[in-house]
Design a protein around this ligand. Structure first.
Ligand SMILES: *Cc1c(COP(=O)(O)O)cnc(C)c1O
Length: 382
């Protein structure tokens, strides 16, 4: 790395995104792929990942909020975009004007979309999100008939175009869990009920990453993977599914120095040097997304070797023990916190009692994002 490189950064490999999308397309068979790029593409950069995913054959993009969708439109992405979690007072007019498909979960949502459509003077494209058992977002059983009645009226008056129906699984990471089939059956029931109101969506979708990779019978017309696009296995104990991790979290060694036997390192001196040793200072701390509970428990990769973190993780920095420093680690060297290979984010997830989804969402603060691979190299905040 040159001296112009940031001290701490996430490197986002867009070739890996393309590879992962191709893997997902194979599993999807005839079904289209919607790449989920919510939460700024799981902290990988929604615009760049979205472009790379579309170039690799994803047909659509999925996000949570209208704001997220509008950012993609502002960057010039004209592929179909679905936004599925908004309050009833969200800016549906802006979504309709930008041709963003809107997922609705209640009469109140649908009413708000219809009002916005009339105000804008354009037909809104709507997707019904039905709750089939996750009991989170989605139209509830009890409200479903009212939603269908209203939807039928709105379709008739051309305020709304009914494009798709979808639902989300509660147990997709356990491919043989019986609730998965219950949810599929309820989705089919919801489709049948819609038909009784003369409502027929063009598309039906259900599968997230885990279901895309393990339950081809649930692909319907489109699959909706998120985490697998980022190269992380939705069922890490089963397989990596030939996915390639997209994010590397790394920093540059800021200082290398000797510490004498008996000296304590970092706040609280939780680590005392058992011998004279050499330590390296890594300028990444909890403000940058290295969780403090990892202090003294992780390894950091520098060159060919991994070195143990010693002492507490601080706001801005952590320290690793180089021993006699046989490899000659020096200031400016690249230190890998996590990435593809043996410093997989799953290691942090295991130590923290969480999932790798949360680990890749963690880098922040001073961490600068750098894109490598196709399309061109770009740099942006984080
Ligand atoms: C986040 C999300 C996905 C993607 O889930 P992964 O497990 O990351 O593949 C798909 N659908 C909905 C509704 C989601 O909220």
């Amino acid at each position: 790395m040159s001296s112009a490189d940031p001290q701490v950064e996430t490197v986002i490999d867009l070739d890996a995104v393309a590879h992962n999308v191709r893997v997902l397309r194979e599993h999807a068979g005839e079904a289209a792929v919607m790449a989920v790029v919510k939460a700024d593409a799981y902290n990988h950069g929604a615009v760049q990942v979205g472009r790379a995913a579309l170039a690799a054959g994803a047909a659509e993009l999925g996000v949570t909020t209208i704001d997220e969708a509008l950012q993609l439109r502002a960057a010039g992405i004209d592929a179909p975009i679905l936004s599925w979690l908004n309050t009833s007072d969200a800016d549906y007019a802006a979504a309709i004007a930008a041709d963003v498909e809107i997922g609705v979960s209640s009469v109140a949502h649908l009413d708000a979309v219809a009002r916005a459509a009339r105000a804008v003077g354009r037909t809104a494209t709507v997707t019904l999100k039905v709750d089939t058992g996750l009991n989170r977002n989605g139209v509830s059983d009890t409200e479903y008939p009212q939603v269908l009645e209203l939807l039928q009226r709105l379709v008739d008056e051309q305020a709304v175009h009914f494009r798709a129906m979808f639902s989300h699984l509660a147990h997709a990471d356990q491919p043989r869990h019986p609730v998965i089939d219950v949810q599929r059956d309820r989705l089919l029931d919801a489709l049948a009920a819609a038909k009784e109101y003369r409502l027929q969506p063009e598309l039906v979708h259900l599968a997230n990453s885990a279901a895309t990779l393990t339950r081809p019978d649930l692909a319907f017309d489109m699959v909706r993977p998120g985490i697998a696009v980022y190269g992380l296995s939705p069922i890490p104990e089963a397989s990596d599914f030939d996915l390639r991790p997209v994010m590397t979290f790394r920093a540059r060694v800021a200082l290398v120095k000797r510490v004498a036997a008996g000296e304590g390192v970092s706040y609280g001196h939780e680590w005392i040097a058992p011998r004279d040793t050499t330590v390296a200072l890594i300028p990444a701390g909890y403000a940058d997304g290295v969780p403090r509970p990892l202090g003294g428990r992780i390894a950091v990769g520098i060159g060919e070797a991994n070195y143990p973190n010693i002492g507490r993780v601080c706001m801005d920095q952590l320290v690793v023990d180089l021993g006699d420093n046989p490899a000659g680690v020096c200031e400016g060297d690249t230190a890998i916190l996590f990435g593809p290979g043996d410093l997989h984010p799953q290691r942090w997830a295991d130590l923290l009692g969480t999932i790798h989804y949360e680990v890749v969402c963690s880098p922040r603060g001073r961490a600068v994002r750098r894109y490598v691979g196709d399309p061109a190299q770009q740099r942006g905040p984080r």
